[in-house]
Design a protein. Structure first.
Length: 304
């Protein structure tokens, strides 16, 4: 029998569209759970990231993501990798750091960003130390980087509930938040809702970071909140448009990261954030509003 022609063999090597994009979700339940998890995170955290960016509080999100670690670590010491205990501990620690940093900024010479930086460093070091007291390296990696492919029903319910509450509360706080982004002085002159909106917004930040912590870990939870938001800024100047773009970019990054992780055997959480980074880089290069390529193109005479 003659040997199989090389070309005939080569036709069967590439994986088809279904095998690359559809089959992983159709064949494996853990992939569908991961997809549902990143969809909920994108819906809840994307709009929050837009307002953090517009209010020049992007690094506050990173500081708060690390602030929840000691509380989650205490919950871990009490009950192991318990969703309820770690969530309650993370919420308590996040709210405590937000209030303490504001108190320090108002009663000392430090600004709020410096106070948050101090709490951020102490929280990260203290949380890692607490987890290390009882857990193994695997547990520490789970806390720091999450486990998107191991989401169970209670965790998915937490993610979905947080996303639903975030959308509902943002709909209520939308006008004062937009005014505070555009003209905080005018908001203070016509309404007293600014302080309440600010506190409510910080509460949403903490809640979404705690929810994201269970999927992406404390080191990466803020990534899916901020990277799609800053990428959206390169495509539109409308706040509503940015929220839409950020949500879509987060979902696309999540799907791409999960699939790349599945096929290449890479850690899922970091791969999702790297995919979001690729979306950001592409937006920075080719975005319709301020993209580098558009800025370098020659403009017409007298064009603004």
């Amino acid at each position: 029998m003659s040997p199989t022609p090389p070309l005939a063999t080569a036709r069967h090597e590439p994986m088809d569209f279904h095998g690359l994009l559809i089959a992983p979700f159709a064949d494996f339940g853990f992939m569908r759970r991961a997809l549902a998890g990143v969809a909920a995170l994108s819906l809840g955290a994307g709009p929050i990231g837009v307002f953090l960016m517009l209010r020049r509080m992007s690094l506050v999100g990173d500081a708060m993501a690390h602030a929840i670690l000691p509380g989650a670590a205490v919950g871990y010491l009490v009950a192991g990798l318990s969703l309820g205990w770690m969530t309650m501990g993370g919420l308590f620690a996040g709210f405590a750091v937000a209030l303490l940093s504001g108190l320090v900024a108002r009663t000392t010479v430090l600004k709020e960003d410096a106070a948050l930086a101090a709490f951020y460093l102490l929280s990260l070091a203290g949380g890692v130390t607490l987890v290390s007291l009882k857990g193994s390296n695997v547990d520490l990696l789970h806390v720091l980087f999450g486990s998107v492919l191991a989401l169970d029903d209670p965790t998915l319910s937490l993610l979905a509930g947080t996303a639903t509450l975030s959308v509902f509360v943002l709909a209520i706080l939308y006008r004062p938040l937009v005014l505070e982004c555009v003209d905080p002085g005018y908001l203070r002159s016509v309404s007293r809702s600014g302080a309440a909106a600010h506190l409510g917004f910080l509460a949403l930040v903490v809640m979404n970071l705690v929810a994201g912590f269970h999927a992406l870990g404390t080191l990466l939870a803020v990534g899916l909140m901020m990277l799609p938001a800053v990428a959206a800024r390169f495509w539109t100047e409308s706040i509503g448009g940015m929220i839409g773009y950020a949500t879509v970019f987060g979902l696309v990054s999540g799907i791409a990261g999960i699939l790349i992780s599945f096929h290449a055997g890479l850690p899922t959480g970091p791969t999702v954030i790297l995919a979001a980074g690729a979306v950001y880089a592409a937006s920075m290069m080719f975005g319709a509003h301020g993209g580098l390529v558009l800025r370098l193109l020659p403009r017409r005479h007298l064009e603004a």
